[in-house]
Design a protein around this ligand. Structure first.
Ligand code: ACO
Length: 425
């Protein structure tokens, strides 16, 4: 039986339908609110606003649950590969062996980047941040690969191109930034092994692939693959709602992800841990984070949705320990991170505010062990999040409730006033 919420305003009663998700989440459908009542809602940061119905990812922040297409992320991190998880997110089901082989062939076929794009890369100033370059270059892909007439073919090829080329472009930008020869993708390597080889192989020192490093990279990317309506995904959907091409929508997602409050936090965490290690004063960092007059925050702590331990952070932390042990490495920043977590988690402020480590807290330490430089950390996040952006964009394109995204506002500026000529001001 349909449920409603009653709204009373200006002596009238309005019935607003209740919508229930498959996991029991409830929402008030306000899509006719303004039409029927003249009112709008005000929700800065959209913390209470559902923007769509989605069948892709389920996050439950109170219990720390994350599932892609119903499958717990813990199981995917343990047993799947990033390529298979990408297929799952985009197509809704796990691939058969035949489908996975076909997907691999397509990814290999589209892995090269147009040679003219190399010239673009070479002309960015050396100090450019790789996220700015990636966002620009993904947008530029449309110029190099014009639209096809057949819509289905256009979408399928664009999706495959993006998944394959963004990986090549990320490695390419790293090589060019170091003034090194670009390494081309290889048909015989798996998705993650190929990326590592393009990053680290060199004419003077061939790169030796280590299965533990390949596994760690797969886990890293799986953990980042989707997270429902986060800031960058919302950006992809909002920009995509104007029916712009997928490259441009993903480019907007990359720009949003760059921010330190979102994906850029993984680089910011390492900078913070380095700073704390240099000053040898963890207590001061915690005190600053609690001081309301100080904008300083503990990076890698807190989350809009998780009010308990982020399940991705738990997996990442365990993975970091295993990886360092297998590689016979020790990282002093891991000791700082562990101590910081221990102090923060016993602190009343962090307990009362439900602030726990998020996915970015330990991920930088994993990436350092793999050999990724810190200014490439957020690019790694972008490679991981790509299947999620694509799946969410595709879903929005097929959504029968689709609408151009265009929020309203409450205007609080001056009332009407006349224009004054410059000599009278
Ligand atoms: N350190 C100290 N205090 C914090 C932190 C933190 N990392 N995060 C939140 N708080 C406090 C805020 O000061 C606020 O306190 P108040 O209610 O007493 O004023 C309260 O907790 C709520 O914080 P908001 O900023 O309102 O919560 P919101 O949901 O908007 O923020 C966010 C979430 C942006 C992630 C925040 O926790 C933060 O800035 N964390 C650090 C950056 C970070 O790690 N970002 C990565 C997030 S994961 C991802 O995007 C992949």
């Amino acid at each position: 039986m349909a449920e409603y919420v009653t709204l009373r305003h200006a002596g009238r009663e309005f019935r607003l339908p209740l919508v229930e998700g498959s996991e029991g989440e409830k929402a008030i459908d306000i899509s006719k609110l303004r039409q029927e009542t003249g009112l709008i809602t005000l929700d800065p940061g959209y913390a209470n606003t559902g923007s769509c119905r989605s069948v892709i990812t389920f996050v439950e922040g109170e219990r720390g649950i994350l599932r892609y297409r119903g499958i717990p992320v813990e199981q995917l991190a343990e047993r799947s590969t990033f390529k298979e998880t990408a297929y799952l997110l985009i197509n809704g089901v796990l691939p058969t062996q035949k489908e996975l082989t076909r997907f691999s062939v397509l990814l290999n076929d589209h892995s090269l980047v147009h040679e003219d794009m190399k010239i673009f890369y070479q002309n960015f100033p050396r100090s450019s941040h790789p996220m700015g370059i990636l966002s620009a270059m993904v947008n530029a892909l449309r110029s190099f690969y014009p639209e096809l007439q057949n819509l289905e073919e256009e979408i399928n090829i664009t999706v495959t191109r993006l998944l394959s080329k963004v990986r090549t472009m990320a490695a390419m930008s790293y090589k060019i930034s170091r003034g090194h020869t670009v390494v081309y993708p290889r048909q015989d390597l798996t998705y993650c092994a190929n990326f590592l080889n393009m990053m680290f192989d060199s004419p003077v020192r061939p790169y030796e692939l280590d299965p533990d490093v390949v596994k760690a990279l797969n886990v890293f990317l799986i953990l980042h693959a989707d997270h429902e309506q986060n800031c960058s995904t919302a950006a992809v959907r909002v920009v995509g709602s104007a029916r712009v091409n997928l490259y441009a929508a993903v480019s907007a997602g990359i720009a949003a992800l760059w921010g330190p409050l979102h994906g850029g936090a993984n680089q910011a965490v390492i900078e913070m841990l380095n700073d704390i290690a240099g000053k040898k004063n963890l207590g001061q960092a915690v005190a600053r984070a609690k001081d309301k007059k100080d904008p300083y925050r503990l990076m890698g702590f807190g989350h809009r949705v998780y009010k308990t331990y982020d399940p991705r952070a738990r997996i990442m932390k365990r993975m970091v320990h295993i990886l360092l042990e297998k590689l016979h490495l020790s990282d002093p920043l891991l000791d700082v991170a562990l101590e910081l977590e221990e102090i923060a988690r016993k602190d009343d402020y962090f307990i009362e505010h439900h602030l726990y480590p998020n996915v970015d807290f330990y991920s930088g330490i994993a990436l350092r062990a793999i050999g990724i430089p810190s200014n490439m950390f957020t690019v790694m996040f972008a490679i991981g999040r790509l299947p999620g952006w694509i799946a969410q964009w595709k879903e929005s394109m097929d959504d029968p409730d689709w609408k151009l995204c265009r929020p309203r506002q409450i205007y609080v500026g001056p009332g009407e006033r006349p224009y004054s000529p410059i000599e009278e001001r």
